[in-house]
Design a binder for this molecule. Sequence first.
Ligand code: CA
Length: 448
Amino acid sequence: MALNETHDPRLRSWVASANAPGSDFPIQNLPFGVFRRAGSAQPFRGGVAIGEQILDLAAAVDSAVFEAAGLGPAAASAARAAAGASLNELMAAGPGAWAALRLALSRLLRQGSAQQAALQRCLLPQAEAQHGLPARIGDYTDFYTSIHHATAVGRLLRPDSPLPPNYRWLPLGYHGRSSSIAVSGQRFARPAGQVLARGAAAPTLEPSRRLDFELELGVFIGAGNALGTPIDIGDAESHVFGLCLLNDWSARDLQAWEYQPLGPFLGKNFATTISPWIVTLEALEPFRVAWTRPPDEPQPLPYLDSPALRARGGIDIRLEVLLETEPMRQARRQPYRLTRSNFRHAYWNIAQMVAHHTVNGCNLRPGDLLGTGTQSGPLPAEAGSLLELSDGGQRALSLPDGETRRFLEDGDAVIMRGWCECDGAARIGFGEVSGRIVPASGAPRHAE
Ligand code: CA
């Protein structure tokens, strides 16, 4: 993939809020999501974030702006594929369709576009929108790609050998649960499960006391592969539609008791929250970085290695996690930043996740979701979970208003943000993913 006119940092949109410094959604971004007017019974449909607005793709298709602007049949066809209640059809259409639509949207939303008047009627302020899940997610797989996270967690669970012997050879993952994935705004009850108290002879069933977040990115699969046909690493990224933010909520006490020998189960599958906007790989192109493996460590097997991966397999995505407690919310204080990290530290990268997932012939399908695993950075303050930040719950974090946290309390909202910035490119962002814990007993289970 190469830089093209859609990445030009000088581009400005006729949507004024897209030109504001620090906007997550300038015209160089153009992420996709699914929405409807909040409080309405309208059908969900695809949209594109532009500044503080959403361009309604169903309305844009109906007003025939693609044809009027002479942007070619591929763009109009891709827009029609994105006009329904999920983006699976657009995802299945592949990189040619995604690029044609991105170029068309970039031209339509630029200052001076002849279609401005028609498109003006296709905008809805993001503040008035309700988001749906961007895709019907058939399967969800969560990886473990940060060696800093894996080492820190391993040290807590197995001090003598923190990293399993296979860690440096393959991108570890497990098959997760898609039914409990929801879009930002998710509220869920504190999960209950079996917990083995220290020194106890038998477990008890109780609400988790070690509820945690995990700072991750989600990877949406575009076109899939046929069962039995692995995806070559050189082709892997052409099967990736784009990335979102992902919070893999985790109940550490349930997890510690159940995880051997088959891995995560009820400690993970009660809730997963993703951001509403999917930032395409094309939008992320200016923020590519080299993927490296220190020479004194095992080098990947050939099916997990390629010159393109070495040259540009990483992405510089800045990440942060904020906590808003109930007292903070009531006092209208700003959420408190718990940690900052960056996806560039990942030990395994996106192309390797896709190539490894399919090397045995496993088929991926459009709309499948891969989690990257917790993105902890090399420094202790860059940890992507409370488990790490509190040393396994041994050290309480002090919040500015005198509260403390080892793990999450009822009423806590966790907010994750991500963005990219570098010289020579327009800054783009992911928006945010937010979710909140409500008490276990008699709690409502619904999205906001
Ligand atoms: Ca995880």
